[in-house]
Design a protein around this ligand. Structure first.
Ligand code: GLU
Length: 412
């Protein structure tokens, strides 16, 4: 994806929401401007002694409704524009699900797969130290995203804590359990995606039991989404990773064991699919759970799924979205479909603040309650205003941020 288009897409969705809500030009100015953007150089000493420079970013798009919140992405294509776009999406996502947060995003333009464990640790710690003045449990709380995981969060928490002089678990979420992480955080985004798929099937009058699901992406979101969909009785018939897709496998467990051993999902007996073939399968639910720009003017016309559940952030361009609308496909937008991750991040932050930890059942139940409330609100708004679920979700999220702005007023 061109990163310019990520920001264009996000701004065009915002513009639409601002106009549908009847907000003013002043509101548009306030809502379309990121509050704080930081670009840093991140030097890395490679294991062979060479020093390389990487670009790092942290964008605090909004702090109107609370501290900013959002993941840290390690990906070669990340730049300032894309980080701003993703931080904007976090803002609407947190407002839509009523979490007391603004929105943020960060990242380093690096291929995480090219780093040894020790290089990854040095890069993560140096990045943390560069953004240290602007993060903190009351300011901005990073979390995992594409290319980062609980290991990176442990190093971030440690770097921050060593500098503070005491343990500060609440500075990041998505940490290992022993460091103050929450039960259920690892699978949370996937669990939320499955809840969104189940509800969309209900709206379309399709029995989730045996409903066919295709998933693009077999990372944190795709894998846990597949597991959760199957637990709810859906049948995952095709999955892809960066190298391509497969169908005709026995189970997600079989795919996962093969993946862990061989680094690919080409299990014996399965049939290979191209990325386009996967997107165009005749299934009930298609879940894009990889990167941005999966559903475009090129790929959207061939989609045969009745429902698209956006596990990834910004997987659809405005052109792709318009085509799906014409085809009558129910699209559960990213800011609703993948909100499970940040919802359980919120639980983790609350638990860290209270030093009191919840059971896995409590986490699951509370996740379901918060997400279901948002699903119902989006469904009701879409019905009453005769708009798509994306438009409804944006109206709810953007509307709440605009209202908070108005009530706080402008200083000075
Ligand atoms: N990176 C995830 C997202 O895009 C989670 C963010 C968080 O937990 O703060 O929603």
């Amino acid at each position: 994806m061109t990163t310019e288009s990520a920001l264009d897409t996000a701004l065009s969705q915002l513009k639409q929401a601002v106009s549908q809500l009847g907000l003013s030009e002043n509101d548009w100015q306030t809502l379309s401007t990121p509050r704080r953007v930081l670009e840093v150089a991140v030097p890395l000493r490679r294991d062979n002694g060479n020093v390389e420079m990487y670009r790092g970013y942290r964008v605090q798009y909004s702090t109107t409704r609370g501290p900013s919140k959002g993941g840290v992405r390690f990906h070669p294509d990340i730049d300032m524009n894309e980080t701003i776009a993703l931080a904007m999406l976090m803002t609407w996502k947190c407002a839509l699900t009523n979490l007391p947060y603004g929105g943020a995003k960060g990242g380093i333009a690096v291929d995480a797969g090219s780093l040894s464990l020790t290089e990854n640790e040095r890069l993560t710690r140096r990045y943390t130290s560069e953004i240290l003045p602007i993060i903190g449990p009351e300011r901005d709380i990073p979390a995992p995203d594409v290319g980062t995981d609980e290991r990176n969060m442990a190093w971030m928490m440690d770097t921050y804590s060593v500098n503070a002089g005491f343990s500060v678990p609440g500075v990041v979420t998505g940490k290992p359990i022993v460091l103050g992480g929450s039960l259920g955080r690892t699978s949370a985004t996937g669990d939320g995606v499955a809840i969104a798929a189940r509800e969309a099937l209900r709206v379309k009058g399709i029995d989730p039991h045996g409903a066919a699901v295709a998933i693009q992406g077999f990372g944190k979101v795709g894998y846990w989404g597949a597991v959760a969909c199957e637990q709810m009785g859906m049948k995952v018939v095709a999955v892809s990773d960066v190298h391509g897709g497969v169908t005709g496998f026995q189970s997600i467990d079989q795919l996962w064991s093969h993946f862990k051993e061989h680094g690919n999902i080409n299990v014996p007996g399965s049939e290979k699919l191209t990325n386009d073939e996967l997107l165009h399968l005749k299934v009930d639910v298609l879940i894009p759970a990889a990167l941005a720009d999966a559903i475009t003017e090129k790929s959207a016309p061939g989609i045969q799924a009745k429902i698209v559940v956006e596990g990834a952030n910004a997987p659809t361009t405005p052109e792709g979205d318009a085509i799906m609308k014409d085809k009558g496909i129910l699209v559960v937008p990213d800011i609703l479909a993948n909100a499970g991750g940040v919802i359980v991040s919120y639980f983790e932050w609350v638990q860290d603040k209270q030093n009191y930890f919840w059971s896995a059942e409590e986490v699951k139940q509370n996740l379901n309650d918060i997400l279901m409330k948002s699903v119902r609100e989006v469904e009701a708004m879409a019905d009453s205003k005769k708009v798509t679920w994306r438009e409804a979700a944006m109206m709810l999220g953007v509307g709440r941020v605009a209202e908070a702005h108005k009530l706080r007023g402008l200083y000075p």
